[in-house]
Design a protein around this ligand. Structure first.
Ligand SMILES: Cc1cc2nc3c(=O)[nH]c(=O)nc-3n(C[C@H](O)[C@H](O)[C@H](O)COP(=O)(O)OP(=O)(O)OC[C@H]3O[C@@H](n4cnc5c(N)ncnc54)[C@H](O)[C@@H]3O)c2cc1C
Length: 310
């Protein structure tokens, strides 16, 4: 295998965003290298919900189908981490973790995000099962069960979130974790909507004997609240490659992109979770396609010596 490659586009990340971009670019007759480090965000979930025609498909199967459908095209798919990306004039020098060097005309970052699982005993074990981050992804399956909302930021955000979740379950408990004081008005809104409020700090999650289900939330004073599921928003961070590139980020830490999904570094595009709070497989796939349309357009116009259409 050659240790030097020339490609039109290197795509970093083989989740929904990267696979979708590769399909568009492959069909646009571009030479594509798609690299994936194999750490998808939804790795712990058994099913991927809410993707039209794919509702309930295991995430690994989704990826396998996505890869299979790239076969007819000039898409070189590699299970390898991209170690670095450097700008070299109008091109990019990309180095893979296995030492292979690549010259590319455009780069798409589809690297997702890393969820920072907090150090609460039981949390990691149940992540993606009874502890989940998105009601659209997993709410239907546990509708009307006992839901807890584990707050880790300011009150206003979580008061509204707890109220919003009443659309899935009548049985909602908000754990403030002693992190903020509820105002009288906030408390009144929660009480009126019959959202239970627990203000003590959470010590651990009590798991079932087979460690597959949540039984209760245990507070620091030893009290236990029976609970079936927890909805959480752990902190998230960008992968190191994105940090190394020094791209502009917004105030929440997402990669800033313009309307064409180009980042602050011209020629480097970004699509999927790393750019937005609106995180879902379908949304990421759509963004991947959008970035690919733009890159393909630019490459076609460059090839005939014309600038991009305004
Ligand atoms: C527990 C859980 C359950 C979820 N369930 C659902 C659901 O049911 N339905 C739904 O729509 N959404 C769900 N989501 C959200 C969904 O997983 C994400 O929105 C979606 O995967 C984002 O796609 P992406 O392509 O942006 O990133 P990802 O799918 O995270 O893919 C990013 C890829 O980039 C790779 N990568 C990172 N850095 C590098 C590098 N340097 N070199 C090479 N590769 C790299 C990673 O290994 C990874 O494979 C869930 C999320 C979580 C956490």
């Amino acid at each position: 295998m050659s240790d030097f490659l020339e490609k039109d586009v290197v795509i970093v990340g083989g989740g929904p965003a990267g696979l979708s971009a590769a399909l568009v670019l492959g069909r646009g007759r571009k030479r594509v290298l798609l690299c994936d480090a194999g750490t998808p965000r939804n790795a712990r979930a058994e099913h991927m919900q809410g993707f039209v025609t794919r509702d309930g498909l295991p995430p690994s199967e989704f990826r396998a189908i996505g890869r299979e459908q790239l076969r007819p095209y000039d898409v070189d798919l590699r299970d390898v981490r991209v170690a670095s990306i450097q700008r070299a004039g109008a091109r990019f020098h990309v180095t893979l973790a296995d030492g292979v060097k690549v010259e590319a005309r455009r780069v798409l970052l589809a690297t997702g995000l890393v969820d920072e699982i907090p150090d609460v005993p039981g949390y990691r074990e149940l992540w993606g099962h009874a502890v989940f981050q998105c009601p659209y992804c997993h709410g239907w399956e546990v509708r009307d069960r006992a839901w807890g909302v584990l707050a880790n930021a300011d009150a206003s955000l979580y008061v509204d979130f707890a109220l919003f979740l009443k659309g899935w379950s009548s049985n909602i408990t908000l754990y403030t974790q002693g992190g903020f004081q509820l105002s009288a008005e906030q408390r009144e809104r929660l009480v009126r909507a019959e959202v239970r409020i627990v203000e003590g700090r959470v010590r651990r999650l009590v798991l079932s004997a087979d460690a597959k289900a949540l039984e209760a939330v245990e507070l620091e004073d030893g009290a236990r609240v029976a609970q079936d599921v927890l909805v959480v928003h752990p902190a998230q961070r960008q992968v190191s490659l994105v940090k190394d590139l020094g791209l502009a980020l917004d105030e929440l830490g997402f990669v800033k992109v313009d309307a064409s999904l180009e980042t602050s570094l011209p020629g480097v595009f970004a699509a999927g979770d790393l750019t937005t709070r609106l995180q879902g497989a379908l949304v990421s796939a759509a963004a991947g396609a959008q970035a690919a349309y733009r890159m393909n357009h630019l490459l076609n116009m460059e090839a005939v010596g014309a600038g991009p259409a305004k």
